[in-house]
Design a protein around this ligand. Structure first.
Ligand SMILES: [Zn+2]
Length: 123
């Protein structure tokens, strides 16, 4: 016959290792305040570890994330659309067109003269 102390030690070990308790162990726990206390502590600790290692994620978390990503993509697309409309209307302006054509012509003239004089001085 095991002494009460030995029985308590064995049962507390079973609790600590999270091993399955047999019926007599369970009965002992219900009648022994010390083992009951250990069981309570270990259970609390278990719950604490589980909760802290697996933070609770709301059920609609993934949906919210997807919604945010979609909104982000949409706003980026909107921004791009607005920008291309602005650039497009800029090109519609005659002044801008003439400025572009003008600077193109000036650049060609500059290149022509650079080539021309380069050719001249090389001779
Ligand atoms: Zn006990």
């Amino acid at each position: 016959m095991k002494s009460a102390k030995q029985a308590c030690a064995l049962i507390q070990e079973t609790i600590a290792w999270n091993r399955e308790m047999n019926e007599s162990d369970k009965l002992h726990c219900m009648s022994c305040p010390k083992c009951m206390e250990i069981l309570g502590l270990i259970t609390e600790l278990d719950v604490f570890i589980k909760e802290s290692s697996q933070p609770e994620i709301p059920a609609d978390f993934a949906d919210k994330v997807m919604l945010l990503i979609e909104e982000e993509e949409q706003s980026a697309k909107d921004w791009f659309d607005k920008l291309s409309v602005k650039v497009g209307s800029l090109f519609q302006l005659k002044f801008v067109r003439w400025a572009l054509v003008g600077s193109g012509i000036l650049f060609s003239i500059f290149r022509f003269f650079r080539f021309f004089f380069g050719y001249l001085f090389a001779m």
